[in-house]
Design a protein around this ligand. Structure first.
Ligand SMILES: C[S@@+](CC[C@H](N)C(=O)[O-])C[C@H]1O[C@@H](n2cnc3c(N)ncnc32)[C@H](O)[C@@H]1O
Length: 449
């Protein structure tokens, strides 16, 4: 079986039964040897249909007599696939989208409903010919943005409160794009010029990121990342630009003791070790052994020796009290800043999961801040854009522990343009064209007032 739409349908069926979209996709792709072009189509159809689920459901609600949620689940998935192609895949002719969807319905137990599937799609085509926006949208701004850009209302609400309508819409559009891949050059093994030159010889296009001296962005599709020049030699690692800012904010120095309390799979741990010239000690603590194994492999490939692993819950590591010059908390979070990388993330998080995460973050901060020596530094970072996990956690901590202060005047970053008062850094993806991130640097002072 090599029909890309049938393969996409099989993966989507698993997703609707609860599987993660990337896992379901990998599972179906591993079973067959598809041409690159078909593989890309399956990927686009699976991730696109999952990402745009709310918009596609709204279209079914509008075009069919029965609401999307009342349709048989597999038929709803087939309609998602057809409408996704019509609405978002300009390169696929409308007739091909309709015919293949009808065929899918016939092959998957809906032979009696092919006329219905055909009718829904043809009705969409007719409306799209008459109007640039066939979808009927409500006036209410939260629902309007949520339906048009396919996000749950609560996420739209959180962003509207911070950004207003126009910027929230830009952020939604940015989050629906295909993600880019950035690399961080390991300056202990290579140089940015050497990596650029090796890529050029291999016909791989990259561009530099202004203000981040170690970063390169891949342009276009490159095939498997491990096959790119310099990977095995440890010349570079994959890390988004905004994630690179975090270790710069921490500003670790050679010879210091640094504890990375949520370290796996090691993107930031290895960056810290590189910035220290691999001289000193970087403790990599995490409670997930499988992710720590990846950290170990990454450190080996990058030829870093100053990293030591500690497996366990960082809320309970009394041995580290007062031992660190610097601590990094790259906290587990709801990931609202990286939803373009995980098609189903927006449907998995809830206001309740955000509340639970903010409690975990608060506990991690309270305990691991005791690891820092007097005068030392702690950086708290997340890849989410929810104030309850960011400003909320830090404000509460500062109110409870007055000897900690935000460092506002010494943000020695490649580019401090993202800095917002009172000293925290917030990367809004649609403004900086990188993953959404929050980070703040705190210092432990003598002052107990
Ligand atoms: C955002 S990820 C860290 C990413 C990592 N810093 C990097 O740059 O590659 C958060 C990590 O926190 C870990 N984690 C969650 N709760 C923890 C806890 N209580 N103690 C230690 N690690 C925890 C998770 O296993 C996960 O690996």
């Amino acid at each position: 079986m090599t029909n890309p739409r049938q393969i996409a349908f099989n993966a989507l069926r698993d997703v609707h039964k609860g599987a993660y979209a990337d896992v379901a996709l990998d599972r179906v792709l591993q079973k067959i040897n598809l041409a690159d072009r078909d593989r890309r189509l399956v990927t686009e159809l699976v991730y696109g249909s999952v990402r745009r689920q709310r918009t596609l459901d709204a279209l079914i609600d509008q075009l069919a007599t029965k609401k999307s949620q009342q349709q048989p689940p597999d038929l709803r998935t087939i309609l998602h696939l057809g409408l996704y192609q019509l609405r978002y895949q300009e390169r696929i002719p409308a007739s091909a989208a309709v015919n293949t969807t009808v065929e899918l319905a016939k092959e998957n137990g809906f032979a009696g409903l092919t006329g219905f599937a055909n009718g829904v799609l043809r009705q969409y085509i007719r409306l799209a010919e008459k109007s640039p926006e066939p979808l009927e949208l409500p006036e209410n701004p939260v629902e309007r943005l949520g339906i048009l850009h396919s996000f749950p209302d609560w996420i739209i609400q959180v962003w509207l409160e911070q950004l207003g309508f126009v910027e929230t819409e830009k952020l939604c559009e940015w989050m629906n794009q295909t993600p880019t891949i950035d690399l961080r050059v390991n300056l202990l093994r290579s140089s940015i010029e050497q990596v650029e030159s090796a890529f050029k010889s291999a016909g791989v296009l990259v561009r530099r990121i202004p203000s981040l001296p170690q970063a390169l962005r891949l342009i276009g599709s490159t095939g498997p990342i491990q096959n790119l020049p310099g990977f095995r030699e440890g010349w570079w690692t994959v890390q988004d630009s905004s994630a690179q800012l975090v270790s710069h904010l921490l500003d670790p120095q050679p010879g210091e003791v640094v504890i990375d309390v949520c370290a796996a799979p090691g993107g930031k741990t290895t960056h810290i070790a590189e910035l220290m010239g691999d001289n000193g000690k970087v403790w990599a603590c995490d409670r997930t052994p499988s992710r720590l194994r990846k950290l170990q492999q990454n450190a080996q490939r990058l030829n870093l020796h100053s990293i030591e692993i500690c497996t366990g819950d960082s809320r309970n590591l009394p041995q580290f009290q007062n031992t660190a010059d610097r601590v990094l908390i790259d906290a587990p979070c709801s990931g609202l800043g990286t939803m373009h990388r995980h098609a189903d993330a927006r449907w998995r998080q809830t206001p309740e999961s955000v509340r639970e995460l903010s409690l975990l973050q608060t506990e991690l901060l309270a305990h691991t801040s005791t690891f820092v020596k007097q005068g030392g530094v702690l950086v708290y970072a997340t890849c989410t854009l929810h104030p309850a996990e960011n400003e909320g956690v830090i404000s509460q901590f500062l109110a409870e522990y007055p000897h900690w202060q935000i460092e506002t005047d010494s943000l020695d970053l490649p580019d401090s343009a993202y800095s917002v008062p009172p000293g925290w850094l917030k990367v809004w993806p649609h403004q900086q064209d990188m993953d959404g991130f929050f980070m703040v640097r705190l210092r432990k002072t003598n002052n107990s007032e």
